[in-house]
Design a binder for this molecule. Structure first.
Ligand code: CU
Length: 158
C-alpha cells in the first residue's frame, strides 16, 4: 500500500522531532487538537472578528496558547468576553491560555476567543482562512478557519 503524502510528512516530522528531542526538550508533537474552527463573515475592511474553536490537550503536559498570527489582520490577540455588572459584554485581553492534559477548552462567542483586529480582507461566507496558533514552547499549529454566515452583530445568543 502506497503511503499518502500526509503520512510521509508525519514520518518526516517524527524524525525531526526525534532529532530535536535528543538535543533539547521535545516539542509536544501532536499534543494539540483543534476542532471546529470558525468565524463570522465580515465585509468590513479594518473591522474585527472573533475566531472560535475547541482546543484539546491530548498530551501529558500542560500546554499554553500564547497568541495567534493571521496574514489577513494587523493585530491578533487572545480575548475573553465577560458580562459586567450592568449586563454589558466587555472583552479583555488574556495573556495566555493554559490547557491541562486531557482537558478541552472551548473558544466561543461570549467567552474566550482569538480576536483579529484591523482585517485586511473581507471574510466571505463559505471560504476558509488560515490562522497560526502560537504555543509557549515555540510550537505553531496551523488552523483552517471556516467562515460562517453572520446573522447578528457577532454575539450569538442561545
Ligand atoms: Cu475580542
Amino acid at each position: 500500500m502506497r503511503p499518502k503524502a500526509r503520512e510521509i510528512g508525519v514520518a518526516a516530522l517524527a524524525v525531526l522531532f526525534a532529532l530535536a528531542a535528543s538535543a533539547q526538550t521535545p516539542p509536544p508533537t501532536g499534543d494539540v487538537r483543534i476542532e471546529n474552527a470558525w468565524t463570522h463573515a465580515n465585509s468590513e475592511i479594518g473591522g474585527a472578528a472573533g475566531v472560535y474553536f475547541s482546543l484539546t490537550n491530548v498530551g501529558a503536559k500542560t500546554i499554553e496558547l500564547i497568541g495567534a498570527r493571521a496574514d489577513f489582520a494587523s493585530i491578533e490577540t487572545l480575548h475573553k468576553t465577560n458580562i459586567d455588572t450592568k449586563g454589558v459584554p466587555r472583552m479583555s485581553a488574556v495573556p495566555e491560555l493554559k490547557v491541562a492534559p486531557g482537558a478541552t477548552v472551548q473558544l466561543q462567542p461570549d467567552g474566550l476567543h482569538v480576536m483579529l483586529i484591523d482585517l485586511e480582507l473581507p471574510l466571505v461566507e463559505g471560504e476558509t482562512l488560515s490562522l497560526r496558533l502560537k504555543f509557549e514552547d515555540g510550537e505553531d499549529v496551523l488552523v483552517a478557519v471556516s467562515i460562517r454566515a453572520t446573522d447578528t452583530a457577532g454575539l450569538v445568543t442561545e
